[in-house]
Design a protein around this ligand. Structure first.
Ligand SMILES: C[S@@+](CC[C@H](N)C(=O)[O-])C[C@H]1O[C@@H](n2cnc3c(N)ncnc32)[C@H](O)[C@@H]1O
Length: 280
């Protein structure tokens, strides 16, 4: 089997979900987040940017505006549907971006085949790190695509953001149900920084930024309603299937109850941890 086709089930599930979501994806907070990414990274004119898990190209397009005609942007994703939207937007804007349908956990094969550079100034990976099966080994690969002194910017939701998602991930593990989220390693504000340190990056900046949705606190007796709402979404639909629903719901209610803090409420924030790592 060709290396490019050996995808993990996490990647296959992501591809299916994002292909289905592609036409509505830009009607969300993601465009604002992408604009912030380029404000935080500030790639210079003439630089080379590799935008990983580029989706509909929101960051790729903003990056291309920043690096201008003398710079390059390579945009990589597994979702044909997401990239089709990005290609259309770039074409409309007259922007020359290299689009590559590839698994970002297997980029050294793309490098070996001469499909991407190995001297990028910037790697961007917005709101996708928590979809990867093994972020540490993947980031180590990405390091080999940066020039010396090149930088990477990425983010993860904080452990208190969408706590329901964490519960579903845990239940998925326990019940052997495949779902694409891989957030359980995010324990606190040091987790992302530590990952980059372990991968051999120098930490240039590490911070917490607010998200784009109103913050919610939940009463424990709302858990059933939350379970029903979440199992209506692509990410968690599998937990609502007839053969697993009852067991998954019972587990969800129990774990939600265990999460409650003062006043019997489960607190939810909407925020990201971000890091800029430097290849030394
Ligand atoms: C939440 S979207 C983020 C898109 C874009 N970075 C943005 O900020 O709008 C997550 C993207 O990750 C992609 N993705 C997930 N796993 C991937 C993998 N292993 N290789 C390539 N793309 C992947 C999905 O197809 C999806 O387009």
């Amino acid at each position: 089997m060709a290396l490019t086709t050996m995808r993990s089930t996490t990647t296959i599930t992501s591809k299916r979900i994002y292909d289905a979501r592609s036409s509505k994806y830009n009607e969300s907070w993601h465009p604002e987040h992408a604009a912030n990414y380029i404000r935080w990274a500030q790639p210079d004119a003439g630089q080379h940017v590799l935008d990983l898990a580029c989706g509909t190209g929101l960051v790729s397009i903003a990056a291309k505006h920043a690096v201008g005609p003398t710079g390059t942007v390579t945009a990589v994703d597994v979702s044909t549907g997401m990239m089709a939207i990005g290609k259309q937007s770039a074409q409309t804007g007259g922007l020359d971006i290299q689009w590559l349908e590839w698994d970002v956990t297997n980029l050294l094969s793309a490098k070996a085949q001469g499909k991407i550079r190995d001297d990028y100034d910037w790697i961007t990976c917005a709101t996708a790190l928590v979809l990867l099966e093994d972020p540490l080994s993947t980031i180590k690969q990405w390091k080999e695509l940066l020039k010396s002194g090149g930088r990477i910017i990425t983010d993860v939701p904080t452990e208190k953001t969408m706590p329901q998602g964490m519960i579903f991930e845990q239940i998925g593990k326990e019940m052997g149900i495949e779902q694409p989220s891989r957030r359980l390693w995010v324990k606190n504000e040091k987790s992302l920084e530590q990952l980059f340190f372990d991968a051999g990056f120098e930490i240039e900046n590490s911070w917490k930024a607010p998200g784009y949705l109103p913050r919610k606190d939940h009463r424990v007796d709302e858990a059933g309603e939350l379970f029903d709402r979440w199992t209506g979404t692509d990410f968690c639909r599998v937990f609502g299937e007839e053969n697993v629903r009852e067991k998954a719901r019972t587990m969800f209610l129990k774990r939600f109850d265990e999460m409650k803090g003062e006043g019997g409420m489960v607190n939810e924030e909407d925020a990201f941890y971000l890091v800029i790592g430097r290849n030394v």
